[in-house]
Design a protein around this ligand. Sequence first.
Ligand code: UGA
Length: 407
Amino acid sequence: MDRAGKPLTSVGFDKFGFDSTVPVDALRALYLSPRYTNGEADGSNAKQTLVLGPQSTYDPASKSIAYTTLTSFPPVKLLPPTQKKRILITGGAGFVGSHLVDRLMLLGHDVTVLDNFFTGSKTTVSHWVGHPNFELVRHDVVESFMIECDQIYHLACPASPPHYQFNAVKTLKTSFMGTLNMLGLAKRTKARFLITSTSEVYGDPEVHPQNEEYWGNVNPIGIRACYDEGKRVAETLTYSYQRQDNVEVRVARIFNTFGPRMNPYDGRVVSNFVIQALKGEDMTVYGDGKQTRSFQYIHDLVDGLIALMNSEESRPVNLGNADEFTVGDFAEMVREIVQKVQKEDGEIPKQSKIVYKPMPSDDPQRRRPDNSRALQVLGWHPRCTVAMGVEEMVRYYKAQLADGTIA
Ligand SMILES: O=C(O)[C@H]1O[C@H](OP(=O)(O)OP(=O)(O)OC[C@H]2O[C@@H](n3ccc(=O)[nH]c3=O)[C@H](O)[C@@H]2O)[C@H](O)[C@@H](O)[C@@H]1O
């Protein structure tokens, strides 16, 4: 169900000369188990969808996994050459990137993915490998890369705090040198360049909710600085190329986003809570759980990114869902949704305890996007509810735990 209480049958919109609409079932067929693609996930009665993509079968006895390669691909739109864009997506095998790939592929564009697979995984886009419109390149954006293209979505960078802190220097290099290389490519090819920046540029904000005019409150020497300051300098580079070299730029500041294909063990709160509740393990709330976050479902973000890319707006634009939760309340909500799904599947609901762990340093106390600019200039607002998104994610991880693709 969407926020207006209507079944969500399609996502995207036809705006700025770019139609990004696709049936939501066509996307679900690419990530949900067949059992869950008949509309049960949101209670709607959408018809049974064929699941396409390489199938994996896990054999618990030999602890082996068998992959079947595709003989056919999900149908994609046939676009006239004047409308077909050559699109480069850095970080396209990551969580957000892979959903952007699905959408742009279904819409009929030529998509090239660059990824070094540090946090991304080939399995997120393997259903497109071999398709004539698709190319997957293992490449690290800190090295330059040459290609002819019309649009660049520059997503490449680890985004979960444990991952980006794992090698802080590399995170900084990725943000600075990766963005420099991709802006250089945009300058040469005259491609339009969109960077996925982050709500973390606002740091631990003194302004609430955060609008794009706010300059932020970032600790430049703290453990999160490699990411926060990395993204801030990436924005600075982006606007310097715009001023100096007339590169057409777009800047999305993304707030906490979740959905299927998030790495289940990347340490972020939504994946941690869902996996912990599904397994009946303790749910780890950091600090007193009073800090807040606002969670957006992946399909809303992809709508926003495509709208921004094709719009005329070159100022930074927040993309997030303004429904704000304390982390403690969110843990309870996830637990309830997991138990509901387990009951619906005829299982005895698992009983997880909420436990409190030390708060990581510099963890922002409050975060909620002011989406006025996105609404005004893109006509964009989130359509999915947090509960609907969490339920779909629960079904996604549940199927993965059951078939052994995650342990
Ligand atoms: O999810 C995201 O998209 C964002 O994730 C991180 O930002 P953060 O808000 O710290 O995300 P989480 O690691 O998911 O943490 C959210 C809150 O939950 C808490 N948390 C996390 C994990 C956990 O098991 N328990 C728990 O209480 C954290 O301390 C924090 O207060 C990234 O730095 C952002 O760039 C990214 O946009």
